[in-house]
Design a protein around this ligand. Structure first.
Ligand code: OAD
Length: 231
């Protein structure tokens, strides 16, 4: 089976009712990113940071995977498929995808502020100041904030190096190191980019599918079946 690597961003969850970041009406229009998603914000106003992620978690609990997430599960019948996601939601998991790597953390998890290896599932929507790890330290959202290292990037790069086909869905490709992952893919492999808006990229061999993820993934399935599946 060919290796299909899919890099996803906020756009794949948009049709599930989860807001993107940089679109009109996106989260970074409503909030200053450095005031809710940075170590400095956690230091100076942890209540606001907690409230921001609690709100996001509440919305996520009301959301369900859409046709885009589900279409990627269907592609596992034909490809060895690996998803590298910038999303902190669990909609790929709930759709049933098998291989998912979260680059920017997971909204439904908390981690210790003194031992990053202590990661816990959050029961329900709320994480509170005063909630502690087994060593007695405050728990924080298990999210990679701006200015923090991305621990999963090496594993993501090695997944990308093995790609035969690369698909990018619903990301503005603004945030590094995630946006540079295509550099690790072997030169000349086919790249498909699904987004209803124009996304600037300097990569060659890109086939643009200018659709929302739901429709776009269905089109992708048709194209991939025709081009790469011989039966
Ligand atoms: P952005 O909000 O930057 O980009 C979302 C992309 O999704 C845009 O290119 C939109 O055109 C596209 N889009 C909108 N609706 C769509 C739909 N229905 N189907 C498909 N695409 C759609 O989100 P990301 O690129 O994911 O990081 O942002 C990257 C990172 O920046 C996030 O992981 C987050 C953010 O700050 C952290 O919080 C650490």
């Amino acid at each position: 089976m060919k290796n299909l690597v899919v890099l996803t961003g906020a756009g794949i969850s948009a049709e599930s009712g989860i807001k993107t970041f940089r679109d009109m009406g996106g989260l970074w229009e409503e909030y200053d990113v450095m005031e809710v998603a940075s170590p400095q914000a956690w230091e100076s106003n942890p209540e606001l940071v907690m409230r921001f992620y609690n709100e996001r978690r509440k919305k996520l609990l009301e959301a369900s995977p859409n046709k885009g997430h589900k279409g990627l599960v269907e592609l596992e019948k034909y490809f060895d498929l690996h998803i590298v996601t910038q999303n902190v939601d669990d909609l790929h998991e709930r759709a049933g995808s098998k291989n998912i790597l979260h680059l920017h953390g997971e909204l439904k998890k908390a981690r210790s502020t003194i031992d990053p290896n202590l990661v816990y599932d959050i029961d329900g929507w709320e994480l509170k100041l005063g909630d502690t790890c087994e060593k007695g330290s405050q728990l924080r959202p298990h999210i990679v904030w701006f200015g923090e290292a991305v621990p999963a990037i090496a594993e993501a790069a090695s997944i990308c190096e093995r790609a035969d086909i690369f698909v990018v869905i619903g990301t503005s490709l603004n945030v590094y190191p995630a946006a540079g992952l295509l550099d690790y893919a072997p030169k000349g492999i086919p790249i498909f980019l699904i987004d209803p808006n124009d996304v600037h990229t300097s990569y060659k061999n890109v086939s643009f599918i200018k659709e929302k993820a739901g429709t776009g993934v269905q089109k992708l399935i048709d194209i991939l079946k025709e081009k790469f599946i011989n039966d």
